[in-house]
Structure formats: structure tokens, C-alpha cells
Design a protein around this ligand. Structure first.
Ligand code: SAM
Length: 327
């Protein structure tokens, strides 16, 4: 059990590690034109990430999720997966990806110890996909989903950020996929960021999303046990094999249950996604800090973790984009 407990008595056992700030897509709600890619020198090496993970595991972190930027644009990612999966205390390594390169790497990632993947997909229509992401890669993502399912990176979860007037007409198409293709789809409320290309009121609340699905498919059945480590609430359409998850990042503050912190690809510990506080760990790492010393720095990050975010009152993090933080 984790000894890493923050000032609000939350047990932290989950670390999201961003391996790069680079991405092969430019999603309208995520990308920003005003940030430049960081240098290779500024980016943590795999051995450095491994050392932070060892320190985190020594005080009770047991689950790691790789993210980015797009994690699969970083070369030889399976080498890192192998290091992490073989770290004593770490019992789960998973990844969040846009899926464009997944078909190519799924087998070697699985062999290296990756257990499951979440795949971000906001449209099933080629033109809309390209409009949202800036890339013509829908077929690659769909192929990646199929390969991940077949190879056993399961449960595969599909994350859809719902954007009013942009892809909100596809909510029922995604819900239907839980019946026809056994997908586990999670509908995520759009979080507004000041740096994003897209500005405006695109929020479709979880309540609205659920109403739209109910109107088409009838009453939803709560699904237990809840899948994974996260804040989603799960349901099923009657008779479906796949699940529906809802992440009310804006309207349903789940901070009281928060069990995680983040490591950015340039070596900052970020206690909260939605708060600009960061603690440098790259400096100490490169000055030769021991694992015990790094563990103390991680504890200090837990000590300053805020009680909750303030999105609903309009306070937004501004210093970094999601691509840089590792969403
Ligand atoms: N490139 C990978 C991917 O696409 O999954 C990992 C990084 S991406 C930043 C991680 C997740 O953050 C994606 O599911 C993306 O949809 C989500 N995300 C980015 N900006 C968001 C926003 N403003 N509101 C809600 N989710 C957002």
C-alpha cells in the first residue's frame, strides 16, 4: 500500500509520465501555436525516468501511465516500458495514445510489459477527424484499436472529448460502438484552456451526454466493478459487451478521490493537471540525487498538492499546454 499521502489524506499510487512534448497531431483543443518543442537535452532520458519511477515505487506508487505529447513518436518506447514493468513495486504500466502508430508498435510494447492502452479518438468521420486533429489518419487509428484488442492490450478504452457543434452529433455513434464492436468508450468533458487554438464555449456536460445516449438507447445500467484507476463513472447499454464511461472533468469535480501526480517530459513533478505548481526533479537527478533523495522530492510534491482544481470558477492553468504537461 502507498505511503505517499498528501496533506488532504489522499493516497497517491499513480504516476502519469509524459515521455515527450512532441505530437504527430494538432488537435484544436489541445494544440497551441505559441509553444515550441523542447530540446532533446531538456527531455528526460529513459534511465532518468526509470530512476524517478524507482523512487516513486519505493514510497508506494504502483501504477504508471505513459503519455505525451504522443508517446509513440518517441523512439524505442518499448525499452522504457520494459524498464518500468520490471521495476519492483510497479504492477501496472499502461499508455494513453492517439493510436496513429499503435498498429506498428503494439506487439513489441505488449512483449515489453505494457498492459493496456487508452486511445484518443474524437470522430469516426474522416473529414471531421482531419478537422479536429489536423491529420488524415483515421484509418490508422481504427487499425490501431483493432490490433490492440486482438493482441490483448485490454481493456482498450476509447477517449472522446465531446465538443459542442463539432463532434457532439457523433455521441450516439460512439455509444453504438459499445454494442457493435465491444468498445469501452469514455466521454470526456472539454476543459477550456487559455492557450488553445479553439476558444469558446464548447462544453457538453456529462449530464447532457447521458441524456442524448438515453434518448437513443434507453436507460443505462451502472457497470461494476469500475474499470481502471481513474475518475470515470461506468455504465452499459442493455445487452452491450462494451462500456460507457463519463469523465465530468468540469462539472463533476472528482479531486477528493485524486490518486495521481504527473512527471513532465522535461522533469517537473506536477501534483495537479490543472494547477501551475511544479517541482523540479531533473536538476537533482542530474546532480546525482539518490533514489531516497528523489523519493523525498516526490513526497514534497504530494505535500503541496492542492485540495481541488478551480475550473468551474474560470481559473485555468496557463503556463503549459496539455501537450507539454502530459494529459
Ligand atoms: N497524444 C496522446 C493522446 O492523444 O492520447 C496523449 C496526450 S493527450 C494530451 C491526452 C489526452 O488529453 C487525450 O485524450 C486528449 O483528448 C486529452 N485532452 C487534451 N486537451 C484536452 C482538453 N482541453 N479537454 C479535455 N481533454 C483534453
Amino acid at each position: 500500500m502507498s505511503n505517499l499521502i498528501d496533506s488532504f489524506h489522499r493516497r497517491i499510487n499513480y504516476m502519469r509520465i509524459s515521455v515527450t512534448d512532441r505530437c504527430d497531431l494538432r488537435c484544436i483543443y489541445c494544440a497551441s501555436t505559441s509553444f515550441h518543442d523542447q530540446t532533446h537535452e531538456d527531455t528526460l532520458r529513459y534511465e532518468e525516468i526509470h530512476k524517478v519511477a524507482q523512487a516513486a515505487a519505493s514510497i508506494g506508487v504502483s501504477k504508471i501511465r505513459l503519455t505525451g505529447g504522443e508517446p509513440l513518436v518517441r523512439l524505442y518506447l518499448s525499452r522504457l516500458v520494459k524498464l518500468l514493468a520490471n521495476t519492483p513495486g510497479i504492477d501496472e504500466v499502461s499508455m494513453t495514445t492517439n493510436g496513429t502508430l499503435l498498429a506498428k508498435y503494439a506487439a513489441e510494447l505488449k512483449a515489453a510489459g505494457l498492459q493496456r492502452v487508452n486511445i484518443s479518438l474524437d470522430s469516426l468521420k474522416p473529414d471531421k477527424f482531419t478537422y479536429i486533429t489536423g491529420g488524415d489518419k483515421l484509418d490508422d487509428v481504427l487499425h490501431g484499436i483493432e490490433v490492440a484488442q486482438n493482441i490483448g492490450l485490454v481493456p482498450v478504452k476509447i477517449n472522446m472529448v465531446v465538443l459542442k457543434g463539432i463532434n457532439s452529433d457523433e455521441i450516439t455513434d460512439f455509444a453504438r460502438k459499445t454494442i457493435t464492436d465491444d468498445w469501452n468508450v469514455r466521454f470526456i468533458e472539454h476543459m477550456p484552456f487559455t492557450w488553445a487554438k479553439m476558444q469558446g464555449n464548447e462544453l457538453v456536460s456529462t449530464q447532457e451526454i447521458i441524456s442524448i445516449i438515453r434518448a437513443q438507447f434507453g436507460e443505462l445500467e451502472p457497470h461494476f466493478p469500475q474499470v481502471g484507476n481513474g475518475p470515470a463513472k461506468y455504465y452499459k447499454i442493455h445487452g452491450a459487451k462494451g462500456t460507457l464511461g463519463f469523465i465530468g472533468a468540469v462539472t463533476d469535480c472528482f479531486c477528493a478521490q485524486c490518486n495521481r501526480f504527473r512527471l513532465t517530459s522535461d522533469g517537473k513533478l506536477r501534483p495537479c493537471l490543472l494547477d501551475d505548481d511544479e517541482i523540479d526533479i531533473r536538476g537533482p537527478l542530474r546532480s546525482g540525487a539518490t533514489i531516497a533523495e528523489l523519493a523525498k522530492i516526490i513526497q514534497s510534491a504530494a505535500d503541496v498538492k492542492r485540495a481541488q482544481h478551480h475550473l468551474s470558477t474560470g481559473i485555468k492553468p496557463s503556463s503549459r499546454s496539455m501537450r507539454q504537461i502530459g494529459g
